[in-house]
Design a protein around this ligand. Structure first.
Ligand code: ZN
Length: 287
């Protein structure tokens, strides 16, 4: 479903969210007239419902509805669904992001003794693998026979993969054992938060005017083989978005060594959704 407008209790303007307190539901303009001392009693609710005059959370609203609305507020020139109902106020968008976060499972309580023990277990396993890796690498440097070096190299690769998996499992455990859908949501919220900080400083608007695109990226782990992790990520995306990725092309990109000062371009005519046509220096090899 898409979000339905609600009416401000004071000015009767149709809006998609209200600052609510009991029977008072105010739009972002009217709420500015509230004394600062009582402002914190108001809570931003998206397309709320009114029961016997009291405003409450609309249980039919889902993460996707709110995400699309927030993204359109951040990039109004690209808005398709809510053009006339967007907000440009950073404070309001921050409130909307807080609503998005209510759809994420709470992170684990790290002070809990059971949780702390499980994290210690992860750390112990990682330490053991690191110790074995270190010993294997030293042994590798001493070996001369090619067949034995090859065999040990396979063992080192397997250990690196084990370590990457353990680190990933620990990361997911700390996040609260997010399932696939929650992991994707968490990534969306993190991305939107980054956009919001750019929006607040006016940089996102400049990006829209110049018709450029910001690519969100993060460094792969400095140790271990991240390929398995990438595969898991794209497999998750495939299941959730029902979109198919060309993993073979992704592997080609993955195998390319980083180049200092690399410039990233995107060619609209290629209508590409994967990364393979983003890199100027690999376009020739891929097309
Ligand atoms: Zn109003």
């Amino acid at each position: 479903m898409s979000l339905n407008p609600v009416i401000c209790s004071k000015c009767f303007k149709p809006v998609l969210f209200l600052w609510c307190r009991d029977d008072s539901g105010l739009c972002e303009s009217c709420v500015t007239a509230i004394p600062v001392s009582t402002l914190e009693l108001y809570k931003l609710l998206v397309s709320p419902i009114s029961n016997n005059g009291l405003w409450s959370v609309n249980p039919d609203i889902d993460f996707k509805d709110v995400r699309i609305f927030v993204e359109e507020c951040l990039r109004p020139l690209k808005a398709k669904q809510y053009q006339n109902l967007l907000t440009s106020q950073s404070a309001s968008i921050r409130g909307l992001v807080a609503v998005l976060e209510t759809f994420l499972p709470p992170p684990r309580d790290l002070s809990d003794s059971v949780v702390a023990k499980q994290i210690a277990d992860f750390d112990r396993k990682v330490f053991n693998i690191e110790t074995e890796l270190s010993a294997s690498r030293k042994q590798f440097n001493l070996l001369r026979k090619a067949s034995r070096r090859m065999s040990l190299n396979s063992k080192i690769s397997a250990l690196q993969k084990q370590m990457t998996n353990l680190e990933w499992q620990k990361h997911e455990f700390i996040l609260g054992g997010y399932d696939e859908a929650a992991t994707i949501r968490k990534h969306s919220v993190d991305r939107i938060k980054k956009d919001l900080s750019l929006f607040a400083s006016g940089l996102l608007e400049m990006e829209e005017i110049r018709h450029t695109h910001r690519v969100h990226w993060e460094l792969l782990k400095p140790t271990g083989d991240s390929w398995e992790e990438l595969l898991r990520h794209y497999s998750r995306l495939e299941r959730i978005t029902n979109h198919r990725y060309d993993l073979q092309r992704l592997k080609i990109l993955y195998d390319i060594r980083p180049i200092s000062g690399q410039t990233i371009f995107m060619w609209e005519r290629l209508h590409s959704r994967d990364m393979s046509c983003l890199y100027s220096n690999v376009v020739k090899s891929l097309h």
